[in-house]
Design a protein around this ligand. Structure first.
Ligand SMILES: *[C@@H]1O[C@H](CO)[C@@H](O)[C@H](O)[C@H]1NC(C)=O
Ligand SMILES: *[C@@H]1O[C@H](CO)[C@@H](O)[C@H](O)[C@H]1NC(C)=O
Length: 409
């Protein structure tokens, strides 16, 4: 079931990379073309409402972006779901009227009856415009104000090196494909209106930027997301550390005790289960993988080493004692001597066996010291790496190219 689920996820991710440009609904349908475009008749084409003319300068459209919610951050699929409100305003002198002749302060018009910019979000997997027929408010001097609410799921390249203490910048690039940068220019600024803080990822900062050197007019909203989840630390780091500590303590059990092998093997088994669920919970990428993945792999190797050492030395000791028991000439004499002299006697004539046992114990002791040192060192190295490591993802191939949209307009 789990693998099926992952497969579904992969299929969805594949789909989303195929369809990175999901067109936001053209805000009003009759803006770009009449309902039945008849290119042979110039009259009908002229009937479509053209962008207000501002001489040689582009028309200036002010955009206020209100971010009201970031309700889902999926690091496995690299997506962010957010709710935004856009307030677009511009001047269309053709709509101005004589305020002293007509006393109305403002009128509300369905947006099909005037020119509006059509917006698409480059990173969006889907966009849900809340209002299919938004109304625009027009002032006597021709100022148009249009409010649009939308919910969208967008793709974002999270920087997960420091997961679960990661910070990422996710951007939403709005393009107006029906116009060129010569005709239209955006002035954008963003307002953080998020009221909910009960989130794993919180929006720390909000920036807007008008992308330079673009063929298509566009602006970009950048959300700085910060992971504040304590759950991952409790669910990942604490069990890992506890297992390591338990394993170090297991080294204090005497080598002869059979419980020690059982103890260590149980720990290793428990850790393997934990490790496989952990690997599924962490995303992977072509660069800047989470440091935790390396940390837990080192932990696995340490536990494996200590279990192997216990099994090897205990195996050596067991072979010794088996060898003693089946050696027929030695059996009665040794039993007698043991009774007389006690187990710790220095005068034991079977010095070979004693020295083998003490050799194994000395080796075990030495291994224990080395093991504790390497555990402490690995923790320190990890802490240092965590503090100082930075990672810059490989530049995206499309980053350097100015965005012309699907065709040169
Ligand atoms: C026309 O362009 C000028 C210069 O860029 C700008 O200051 C002005 O606001 C523009 N007018 C409109 C209606 O956009
Ligand atoms: C507006 O209407 C008033 C009254 O009818 C008139 O006196 C004035 O000239 C008009 N202004 C313009 C700019 O047409």
């Amino acid at each position: 079931v789990m693998s099926l689920w992952i497969l579904l996820h992969l299929a969805f991710l594949g789909l989303s990379t195929i369809l990175p440009w999901v067109q936001g609904s053209s805000l009003c349908k009759s803006v770009t073309w009449p309902s039945s475009p008849n290119l042979n008749s110039p009259l009908e084409v002229q009937e479509t409402i053209q962008i207000p003319n501002n001489g040689s300068a582009p028309l200036l459209v002010n955009v206020q972006v209100f971010v009201s919610n970031v309700f889902n951050v999926d690091i496995l699929r690299y997506t962010v779901s957010s709710m935004l409100m856009l307030r677009l305003s511009w001047l269309d002198a053709r709509l101005a009227w004589n305020a002293s002749a007509h006393s109305r302060h403002a009128v509300t018009l369905p947006c099909e009856s005037l020119w509006t910019p059509g917006l698409s979000i480059r990173e969006a997997l889907w966009v849900d415009w809340k209002d299919q027929n938004p109304q625009a408010r027009v002032d006597p001097d021709g100022h148009v104000e249009l409010n649009l609410a939308l919910t969208t799921e967008t793709n974002c390249d999270f920087e997960l090196l420091h997961f679960p203490r990661d910070k990422s910048d996710c951007s939403l690039s709005f393009f107006a494909f029906s116009n060129t940068a010569v005709e239209l220019e955006f002035r954008a600024h963003a307002v953080n209106e998020i009221v909910s803080v009960k989130r794993e990822y919180v929006v720390g900062d909000l920036k807007t930027q008008v992308l330079p050197r673009q063929v298509v007019p566009c602006f970009q909203v950048t959300l700085s997301l910060k992971n504040t989840a304590l759950k991952s630390i409790i669910a990942l780091l604490v069990p890992g550390e506890a297992l390591l500590l338990a394993d170090v303590c297991g080294g204090l059990l005497p080598l002869q005790a059979t419980e020690r092998i059982a103890y260590k093997v149980t720990l290793l088994l428990g850790y393997l289960v934990f490790h496989s669920s952990l690997v599924q919970a962490l995303p992977s990428s072509s660069s800047c993988n989470p440091l935790l993945i390396y940390y837990f792999t080192v932990l696995l190797l340490l536990l494996f080493l200590s279990t192997t050492e216990t099994v090897l030395l205990a195996g050596l000791l067991a072979r010794d004692s088996v060898g003693d028991k089946i050696s027929p000439s030695a059996v009665p004499r040794r039993d007698q001597r043991k009774e007389n002299l006690g187990p710790n006697s220095e005068a034991d004539p079977r010095g070979g066996k004693r020295s083998r046992r003490s050799w194994a114990e000395a080796a075990d002791h030495a291994f224990f010291l080395v093991y504790v040192t390497s555990v402490v060192c690995s923790q320190l190295i990890f802490a240092g790496t965590w503090m100082w490591a930075t990672c810059k993802s490989d530049p995206a191939p499309g980053k350097a190219v100015p965005h012309g949209g699907p065709r040169r307009l």
